[in-house]
Ligand binder design. Sequence first.
Ligand code: COA
Length: 349
Amino acid sequence: MVRSRIAGIGKYIPPHTVTNHDLIQYMDTSDEWIQERTGIRERHYAHRTEETTTTMSVEAARIAMERAGTRAQDIDFIVFATLSPDYYFPGCGVLLQRAMQMKEIGALDIRNQCSGFLYALSVADQFIKTGTYKNILVVGSEKHSFGLDFSTRGRNISVIFGDGAGAVVLQPTEEQEQGILSTHLHSDGESAELLAMYNPGTHANHWAARNYAAFNESEIGDMFMSHAMIDNAQNFPFMDGQSVFKKAVVKFPEVIKEALNANGLAPADLKLLIPHQANLRISQFVQQKLQLRDDQVFNNIQHYGNTTAASVPIALCEAWEQGRIQKGDLVCLAAFGSGFTWGSALLKW
Ligand code: COA
């Protein structure tokens, strides 16, 4: 049976580091609060004008392709996950195709926020398994720093997020003991508004009756984009942090167990769990719930913050670069986020 395997992996972290102390000049917060609640010590921000979600993805993709021994003209499909695209439309997939001077291949954009990379990987995996494509570039990239509310009003969100990109090249393998064993994707739109950016959008208050705190009809109005939206900071993300936390600590272990059960495996079999870097407290909770040792869970949120669709490939890349993943190791990737959407992938490296 043909499976897909990660033939090359790369990451790009913009050089500009922003510590918790640096944020204090913009908002009422503290290093203690941020570290205690999230584990984050610093994050990186893209250059405001010289770097975009797409340019960062190009850097990550170049490294992944070099490590896979693949040239731009060999790539036959792109799957690009982001919630912070260069343009509202078209998506970043075509901008990456253009920047890397690839052939007129298909480019698919994925809008699944923190689970974006898992969704992207799963789609690419199906194309490889069916024999449709042989070299798929799967990317997660985010430039959050361009779209956060850096006033005290937005502090519960802005301290968490960082910029960066990760990419893999997926190829077929016929080796028995290698590749993606299974992927598992889920959603529950009941809580769509609990972690969301409502504007600009076409909702025209249609969902306001659901009574979410961030909906204020007089401020949002019936425009795609208005001065009032901007004046009232309605163009920034909204998050009900506690609800997100509560759901995440249930769904992460659930979807990881689903992946293990589907393959007749147990948590003890895992070499490494790479959870989406949402919050160090969430990862620690998941570790405890699954009774995993410290060396079985990889965390790097301390240095990068939450990079949404980029967090899983960045963490996977860093773990691999540190020698923590060797050929034949069982690795589980898992993510949860806005939607809510969540997913996992189990693979043998
Ligand atoms: N600095 C200092 N104080 C802050 C702050 C910040 N950056 N952000 C919020 N606060 C304040 C709040 O205003 C509130 O003050 P009050 O009690 O005077 O009203 C207090 O801290 C507690 O706020 P709360 O939102 O209840 O904190 P929390 O313990 O739930 O922690 C999160 C907030 C966001 C860290 C936490 O809910 C969380 O991590 N949730 C999951 C978020 C996540 O993972 N998102 C990504 C999903 S993929």
